[in-house]
Write a protein that binds this ligand. Structure first.
Ligand code: UDX
Length: 452
């Protein structure tokens, strides 16, 4: 069997490496020359644990190869997996232009029957539209299935081989059976749906997870107002199996290539269909506020940001990845720089990617101890072990007054930091000096919301 995977981004490359095997030859198609050069050399262009080894092993046994020529990938292929980018446009709508280009190329090059399997996240209705606009017009039979991907960055290989479920949407049972057979060796519930339902499952999953995060961030804000501590509230909340313990970590909000794009995409799609998805709008707005709230808290703790030095620990949107797309750290840094703060920052793996999007004035370091030198405040933006396990006595020695630590992920040992003389504040818990203001009645009179 031959499988052509179009787009060697993080979904496509993991799928290509995951599907390659003794009886399956996979050809990965990539148009970016820089990425392709790395792949030819047996290197992986993204930081993804376990992926290098998998790609190298299949490349060496010739079950996985790469090309920039789509016609070469499609020649004789039984399946064309599409994993090209579907980025957000400025207004939040999804940019499907890469998908249209690829669909045209598939039609142009299809000389024998082929099944198109959509792995890119696309708005519900896209499969039907692509079929009507492109695939149904082909002289050769092109069949279509939606097979959304739920991989998490940093755990993508693990997620590929042990998914929570595999969803295949097709309006043809035979196609669904053949696509599901690609996952024969994987133990997971296998769900068959219509194309549009499969597309919706992906959007709904991401929107729901984003909702959980914004919900706990709202609870965190109320905790600050009434003197509760969200790090005590959330675990007990999550013990209710109907709620579940995951995605209840309050912080500076979600980022990455999926949640921000998919929540906005679904909100836009609803609005285009005449529906005001008020809940999702609020989720997006709360996430935006979390970032601004971090800037406000730092401004208040430092008595203004002009000429203060802030060290930002973490640039990736979460630990385990070098991806800085929509990373809260990047946006917060741009606000800090705008307000005249000097910013030094570091990340174990994301410095190179961050350099391309950060203002030149931001100093970047590999070593966190270099980053914190002479800083008035430290912001923990990404909870890498490298940061949570730092020697904070040494950090204090390197820093300058007033020794503010803003824990944007509630991941640091607050009591020990305070014992060392840091002015600690986190998300959804009382910050330094807040204690006296906490009201035990319900008028909330004296407290001020930390969010705008
Ligand atoms: C997500 C989905 O989990 C995955 O199924 C989908 O295929 C792609 O989008 P990913 O973007 O890799 O995966 O990140 P994820 O681990 O889900 O985290 C997303 C963001 O939410 C991160 O910025 C993380 O820091 C934040 N987050 C997560 C929180 O702020 N609190 C939480 O409790 C959990």
């Amino acid at each position: 069997m031959k499988i052509c995977v179009i787009g060697m981004g993080y979904v496509g490359l993991v799928a290509a490496a995951g599907l390659a095997g003794p009886d399956r030859k996979v050809v990965g198609v990539e148009s970016d020359p820089a990425k392709l050069r790395l792949l030819y050399q047996g290197e992986v262009p993204i930081h993804e644990p376990g992926l290098d080894e998998l790609v190298r092993a299949h490349a060496e046994s010739k079950q996985l190869c790469f090309t920039d020529r789509i016609e070469e990938g499609l020649a004789g292929a039984d399946f064309a997996l599409v994993a090209v980018g579907t980025p957000a446009r400025l207004d939040g709508r999804v940019d499907l232009s890469a998908l249209y280009r690829v669909s045209e190329q598939i039609v142009r090059n299809a000389v024998h029957p082929i099944t198109v399997v959509m792995k890119s996240t696309v708005p519900p209705g896209t499969g039907r539209a692509l079929t009507e606009r492109f695939f149904s017009k082909s002289a050769t039979r092109i069949r279509y299935a939606s097979n959304p991907e739920f991989l998490r960055e940093g755990q993508a290989v693990k997620d590929w081989f042990s998914p929570d479920r595999i969803v295949v949407g097709s309006d043809d049972q035979d196609v669904a059976t053949r696509v599901l057979a690609l996952y024969a060796g994987i133990q997971a519930p296998k769900i068959r749906t219509s194309v549009v339902s499969a597309e919706m499952i992906k959007y709904a999953a991401n929107a729901f997870l984003a909702t959980k995060i914004s919900f706990i961030n709202e609870i965190a804000t109320i905790c600050e107002l009434v003197g509760a501590d969200v790090t005590e509230v959330a675990p007990a909340l999550g013990m209710d199996v109907r709620i579940g313990s995951q995605f209840l970590r309050a912080g500076i909000g979600y980022g990455g290539s999926c949640f921000p794009k998919d929540t906005k995409g679904l909100e836009q799609l609803s609005s285009l269909n005449g529906y005001d998805f008020a809940l999702l709008k609020a989720v997006i707005e709360v996430n935006r506020r979390q970032r601004i709230s971090a800037v406000r808290k730092l401004r208040a703790a430092l008595g203004g940001l002009l000429d203060k030095r802030v060290a930002v620990l973490g640039l990736a949107f979460k630990p385990g990845t070098d991806d800085v797309r929509e990373s809260p750290a990047i946006e917060i840094i741009s606000y800090l720089v705008d307000e005249g703060a000097a910013v030094s920052a570091c990340d174990p793996v994301a410095v190179a990617n961050a350099r391309t999007v950060l203002p030149d004035s931001v100093e970047l370091f590999q070593d966190p101890y270099d980053a914190v030198r002479n800083s008035n405040a430290v912001l923990l933006a990404t909870e890498w072990d490298d940061f949570t396990g730092m020697d904070w006595t040494k950090v204090k020695r390197l820093m300058a007054p007033p020794f503010v630590v803003f824990d944007g992920r509630n991941a640091l040992a607050r009591a020990s930091l305070e014992a060392l003389g840091f002015r600690y504040s986190g998300i959804g818990r009382q910050g330094a000096g807040d204690g006296d203001e906490v009201s035990t009645n319900i008028t909330f009179g004296k407290k001020r919301a930390s969010q705008v």
